[in-house]
Design a protein around this ligand. Sequence first.
Ligand SMILES: NC(=O)c1ccc[n+]([C@@H]2O[C@H](COP(=O)([O-])OP(=O)(O)OC[C@H]3O[C@@H](n4cnc5c(N)ncnc54)[C@H](O)[C@@H]3O)[C@@H](O)[C@H]2O)c1
Length: 332
Amino acid sequence: MSTIQTAAIIGGGVIGAGWVARFIENGIDVAIYDPASDAVAKIEAVLQNSRYAYNKLTKVQRKREGVVSYCDSLAQAVSNAQIIVESVPERLEVKQSVYAEIESHAASDAMIVSSTSGIMPSDLQSQMHNPERLLVAHPFNPVYLLPLVELVAGQKTRASVIDAAKAFYLSIGMKPLLVKKEIEAFIADRLLEAIWRESLWLVKDGVATTEDIDDAVRFGFGLRYAQMGVFDTYRVAGGEAGMRHFMAQFGPCLKWPWSKLTDVPDFNEELVDLIATQSDQQSGHMSIREMERMRDDNLIGILHALKDNNWGAGETLANHEVRLLEAANDAS
Ligand SMILES: NC(=O)c1ccc[n+]([C@@H]2O[C@H](COP(=O)([O-])OP(=O)(O)OC[C@H]3O[C@@H](n4cnc5c(N)ncnc54)[C@H](O)[C@@H]3O)[C@@H](O)[C@H]2O)c1
């Protein structure tokens, strides 16, 4: 059980706004600080999407929505928060200066979590007065629908803080995955970078367009990944003989190799133009808002299908609905 009722979100971009949505959906009051002049409008647009999505996602009685407060200063936002979520741009020195400001205005026992996609928590906490309360909680876009959150401890993070974080993310319908060793980019972004790097090569070398690559994922192995991941998919692909047979058959190919491994294409203007132009041709007829709605509708359909089988991310949703029902019964 988590007792967290108040949160501060520092940085209300794509990810910060997604956290706001998930927190208020779970009855947590949120104070936000983002100095950008268009921050409120952008956050409200995400909240419009998330309310639409949650109405479709679950039919069980949901919690009373938490209150959203937009603050003029970081000091004001963190003053009453039990958890402070940093979602500012991916630059170590920007994040460290935000922690310095947080530490001078927040309660000394407030948990501080970073949404960083890949910076090591030990580097994030290296200049803090109370580093034991900082950890990484790496989410995935859209944060209000995707349950995974990777938890990564730094060298100075206290074990009890990790336990409290696990309980908290479970209580808001997420799947906390504790990364066993501190490493840049954690688990998921390492996998994603390998796919991204290989995709860039395929476009650069003229083997495929951006649309061909997306089709190769979404009509095939992407459908398998959403429900069985990497290893179980290959276990099944090995037939009755399972994983050992699969590895005997395909293991040696790694020595050829099929991919360009860690060799990275030059990220120059020519490559950026090539990809951006193809992407415009592929999907420029839809607004980002329309694409977000399509993405969310599809994700909800997939989550419902997985829930029917009590499997993977659908099991997380089913368990969360049980908790919501218990909360509704306790309240009545
Ligand atoms: N976009 C993704 O898919 C994704 C996924 C997981 C994690 N992340 C991580 O989340 C973090 C935020 O990424 P994003 O994609 O939301 O970026 P973003 O550019 O959409 O948002 C960043 C926001 O921070 C605000 N900001 C800048 N300096 C600030 C300050 N000093 N105080 C308060 N607000 C400030 C900006 O105005 C902006 O609104 C990064 O660390 C990123 O690596 C991103």
